[in-house]
Design a protein around this ligand. Structure first.
Ligand code: PXP
Length: 245
């Protein structure tokens, strides 16, 4: 199980003052020291946190893979191809949202297939952020994505029996993804408290976690915040692996 750390909100603090600190590139390097297997940033159309220069500096500085989240627009595709990160995760984006609110509508995204081809031809691994629905997983495989990132937001927001059924939904989607030859990732709303059952899902190989880790980093520092999350994720995923045939 790989742990990718989303550092958008380091840049959110910087942008609150339109200043030059804190530096997300410095945060990324400390996240790597803490054991991050990759760094994720979402380059939004309104550049509310990460900007083009951050993305370029990250690309040339970090040692681990860069996962660039983008909306499927011509401008973002051009930037991604110029940058050639290790991976692009295509996400839905609305200007008015506080954070990504749900998975892509893969059933009704006419130019998505062509976009995945163009990105793959540029040597970029492609992932689609989708709701954990069997139809969305099947459609993602048909579209030719390398991976899907299952949206864990509903799991994170649920409690009790509802949480159990949201977890089962994620497990079913992960198994289907694996059976269809997709790499399966997961993320959104994961915290130190709720991550363990998700990290234990068989066939899930990558988690993307941002807000909770950046929040904890304010108190204990980025390196330690990442190391603590990495320990939780590693221990949970090794338990699951040993149950597999
Ligand atoms: N995955 C995707 C596709 C996202 O858009 C985000 C938020 O930017 C995350 C994961 C990380 O979510 P969180 O900040 O809640 O950990």
């Amino acid at each position: 199980m790989r742990l990718f750390i989303n550092i958008d909100h380091v840049a959110t603090v910087r942008e609150a003052r339109k200043a030059d600190e804190p530096d997300p590139v410095q945060a990324a390097c400390l996240a790597e020291l803490g054991g991050a297997d990759g760094i994720t940033v979402h380059l939004r159309e309104d550049r509310r946190h990460i900007n083009d220069r951050d993305a370029e500096r990250l690309r040339s500085t970090i040692r681990t893979p860069l996962n660039l989240e983008i909306a499927n627009t011509p401008q973002m595709r051009r930037i991604a191809i110029g940058l050639t990160p290790h991976q692009v995760t295509v996400v839905p984006e609305k200007r008015e949202e506080v954070t990504t609110e749900g998975g892509l509508d893969v059933a009704d995204s006419p130019d998505l297939e062509a976009a995945l081809v163009v990105l793959a031809e540029a040597g970029i691994r492609t992932s689609l952020f989708i709701d954990p629905e069997p139809d969305a997983v099947r459609r993602s495989a048909d579209l030719g994505a390398h991976a899907v990132e299952l949206h864990t937001g509903e799991y994170a927001n649920s409690r009790g029996a509802e949480r159990t059924s949201q977890l089962q939904r994620l497990e079913t989607a992960a198994r289907l993804g694996r059976d269809l030859g997709l790499a399966v990732h997961a993320g959104h709303g994961l915290t130190y408290v709720n991550v363990i059952p998700v990290a234990a899902i068989a066939h899930c190989e990558e988690l993307n976690i941002g807000h909770s880790v950046v929040s904890r980093a304010l108190f204990v520092g980025m390196e330690r915040a990442v190391r603590e999350m990495k320990t939780l994720v590693r221990d949970a995923s090794s338990t699951q692996r040993s149950l597999e045939p």
